[in-house]
Ligand binder design. Structure first.
Ligand SMILES: C[S@@+](CC[C@H](N)C(=O)[O-])C[C@H]1O[C@@H](n2cnc3c(N)ncnc32)[C@H](O)[C@@H]1O
Length: 229
C-alpha cells in the first residue's frame, strides 16, 4: 500500500538536511514511510497518546493552540504547502510544543493509506479548499472515499469536525456522512481555538457551515469485523 508520491518528509522536520535521525529520511517514491502510519507515531512523538489530526492545517494556528490546550494528546498537523509546514514547525519550536508534529503531505493520501482502523480520536478539517466552480469540484479533497476513510480511522466515540464557508461543500459532506453507519451529528462542545481562516471569515461576517459527526461508541463496524475474523 503506497502512501503517496508527495510524501517527502515528516515529524515536524521539513527537509532532509534538518533531519536528526536516519530513519526520518525521505522514503522512496511509493513507499510507506515507517513513521507515516499509526505504528510509527509513538516513535515520532516519542510517546504513546491519543492522536488528533488537523488536516490542511494552514499556518497551524489551530493545531498549535489545540496542542497547548491538550498536552495529554498528540496533535498531528498535515499540510501540503511547504512554507506553511515551516510556519507550523517554527510555532512548535518557539512554543516548545512537544505534542505537536507536522507532516508535509496530502491529507487524503494519509487517510487512504492509514493502516490501523479506529486509531484516531479527533479529525478536524477546517476550511478545506472549497473549489466552488462546478467544473472544479472534482478537486475537493473531502470526497466520499476520503470521508469513508475518516470514518474508518476514527476511534469509537471519536469525532470528525468540519468547518467551511462553502454551503455546497458542507451539504455534500453532510449527505455522505448520513450514508455511513451510525455517523451521527453530535453536539459541538465548543471551546475550539479559531483558525486563521475562521478569524478572517468571521471578521467579514461570512456565514459559516460546520458540524461534528461522532462515530458510534463501542460498536464500531471495523472492530466487529476484526473480532469476527
Ligand atoms: C483554506 S486553507 C485553511 C487553513 C486552516 N485550516 C485555516 O482554517 O486557517 C486550506 C489549507 O489546506 C491545505 N491543503 C489543501 N489540500 C490539501 C491536501 N490534500 N493535503 C494537505 N493540505 C492541503 C492548503 O495548502 C491550505 O493551507
Amino acid at each position: 500500500m503506497a502512501i503517496a508520491r508527495r510524501t517527502r518528509t515528516i515529524a515536524g522536520i521539513c527537509e532532509p538536511a534538518e533531519m536528526s535521525l536516519p530513519e526520518l529520511r525521505t522514503p522512496a517514491v511509493g513507499a510507506v514511510h515507517p513513521l507515516v502510519c499509526p505504528e510509527g507515531w509513538p516513535r515520532m512523538f516519542l510517546r504513546s497518546a491519543p492522536i488528533v489530526c488537523d488536516l490542511g492545517a494552514g499556518n497551524g494556528r489551530f493545531a498549535a493552540a489545540y496542542a497547548e490546550l491538550h498536552p495529554e494528546w498528540n496533535i498531528l498537523a498535515v499540510e501540503r504547502r511547504l512554507p506553511r509546514v515551516r510556519k507550523i514547525r517554527r510555532a512548535q519550536e518557539l512554543r516548545r510544543l512537544s505534542n505537536l508534529r507536522v507532516l508535509w503531505l496530502g491529507w487524503d493520501d494519509l487517510l487512504l493509506g492509514w493502516s490501523q482502523p479506529e486509531s484516531c480520536r479527533e479529525i478536524h478539517v477546517l476550511f478545506p479548499d472549497p473549489w466552488p466552480k462546478r467544473r472544479h469540484q472534482i478537486r475537493r479533497t473531502l470526497s466520499v472515499r476520503v470521508l469513508t476513510a475518516i470514518f474508518r480511522v476514527l476511534e469509537p466515540g471519536g469525532f470528525f469536525r468540519l468547518l467551511t464557508d462553502d454551503a455546497g461543500y458542507y451539504a455534500t459532506v453532510e449527505q455522505a456522512a448520513a450514508a455511513l453507519p451510525g455517523f451521527g451529528r453530535a453536539e459541538d462542545p465548543g471551546g475550539f481555538p479559531e483558525t486563521q481562516f475562521e478569524t478572517i471569515f468571521r471578521s467579514r461576517g461570512t456565514p459559516l457551515h460546520g458540524a461534528i459527526w461522532r462515530k458510534p461508541e463501542g460498536n464500531g463496524t471495523e472492530r466487529k469485523r476484526r473480532g469476527a475474523a
